[in-house]
Write a protein that binds this ligand. Structure first.
Ligand SMILES: [Zn+2]
Length: 399
């Protein structure tokens, strides 16, 4: 039976993962800082390219208009079915070094069974696991009927504009399924929230600071608005990602200590859930709040402008890739994973929303330690992820 031989090959691929190799790959990637902003991914891309070259995976670099590198590579026949594995090469800045207590951000130390470093979880560790999965498939002598493709993208952490988005724009996201290896603690991620970035600007009237009754204080108007900001949220709950949120993130106002401020601007981060697709519907409650404030405080004059919109994303739960992911994790960890949602925005949205590819988010490590000092990933989970990726790749691509 074809199915039985594929599942034996998937077992063999998982078993061929070399735990030391996973750690070696992860350390090599962590050792080359690729902070975003503040640097480029070139060194990390070079490390990945060297590893992929040694696997015969024919790596090549796709550069964005700004020169940012994404590395693409593939093992297998070149034919369908084709499975993409996506991870990003950039990391958030390490922050001040004296906040790292269990090892430096670029050392890749192992402390209490956890690999520590910037990107250990988000997401050089997951990238290393995918590279080690490809190495294991080759080591086990498995010839894939289809193709396992790696998309190691630049620039995910800021907006993804120079990485996976470029791959989409150049027609390179045409696989039959995708795994995005963001840290999900090996749960199966099927949805993520999107974001609407607004700027609210309050207008007042300047006056001498000793005669405030002659002016209109824009900071006071903005304060009234901000204290009631939660009222802009609709009463919605999504089963995987929860409810929408709103956060006043950045504020500017006033010109001098002795002047009544005539302007105050606030950047507002409103996270949207799947189903919230219309920017005007999301913006309307902000305008309604301004109108409500004006009923009791007619001097309030606030404009709310949409600056940027990112769609939420939701992938179907009943796809072959989701079934393979659940099965692979259950076999490698002994625990059946849950279907989960992501509160943040990931590059999965390009595969789900733009390319319309069945997709799961599946990776080792936790978002709760990503972007923090002492970022780390449990070594056991890192190795289990590599074994799961190898199994899924063989199961999806066949032999
Ligand atoms: Zn990430």
């Amino acid at each position: 039976m074809v199915d039985e031989s594929v599942s034996r090959a998937a077992d063999a691929a998982g078993a061929a993962v070399d735990a030391d190799e996973v750690i070696r790959f992860a350390r090599a990637l962590i050792a080359v800082p690729s902070e975003n902003p503040g640097g480029t991914e070139d060194e990390a891309a070079a490390v990945a390219t060297e590893i992929l070259g040694s696997l015969g995976a024919a790596p090549h670099t796709v550069r964005s208009g700004a020169g940012r590198p994404s590395v693409l590579a593939a093992i297998g026949s070149g034919e369908r079915p084709r499975l993409a594995w996506n991870g990003h090469l950039d990391v958030v800045p390490a922050g001040s070094l004296d906040t790292w207590r269990t090892g430096g951000p670029w050392d890749g130390s192992i402390v209490d069974g956890r690999l520590v470093g910037r990107g250990a979880a988000d997401m050089k560790g997951p990238v290393a696991a995918a590279l080690a999965a490809a190495a294991a498939i080759r080591r086990a002598g498995i010839e894939l009927a289809g193709t396992f493709e790696l998309h190691l993208a630049a620039d995910e952490e800021l907006a993804g504009l120079h990485g996976t988005k470029v791959l989409w724009e150049r027609g390179l996201l045409d696989q039959d399924a995708a795994i995005v290896g963001e840290p999900s603690e090996l749960q199966v991620g099927l949805a993520e929230r999107g974001g609407a970035w607004f700027t609210a600007t309050a207008f007042g009237k300047a006056a001498h600071g000793s005669q405030p009754h002659l002016g209109v204080n824009a900071i006071t108007s903005m304060s009234r608005f901000l204290l009631r900001l939660p009222e802009v949220l609709p009463d919605l709950v999504h089963p995987l990602v929860g409810s929408p949120t709103v956060n006043a993130a950045l504020i500017h106002g006033g010109s001098a200590p002795n002047v009544v401020p005539d302007r105050c601007a606030v950047d507002i981060d409103r996270r949207v859930i799947p189903g919230e697709t219309d920017p005007e519907t999301v913006r309307a409650p902000f305008l309604a709040l301004v109108a409500a404030l004006r009923a009791t405080h007619p001097e309030v004059d606030i404009e709310v402008e949409l600056r940027e919109w990112t769609d939420a994303a939701e992938a179907p739960a009943d796809t072959a890739i989701a079934a393979l992911a659940r099965d692979a994790v259950a076999r490698e960890t002994g625990t059946r994973p849950a279907d989960v949602g992501f509160t943040g925005i990931t590059d999965a949205r390009f595969y789900i929303n733009q390319a319309k590819i069945p997709t799961v988010i599946l990776g080792p490590g936790s978002l709760t330690v990503a972007h923090t000092a002492d970022e780390s990933v449990p070594v056991d989970q890192l190795v289990a992820a590599a074994r799961a990726y190898a199994r899924i790749a063989v199961g999806f691509c066949g032999i």
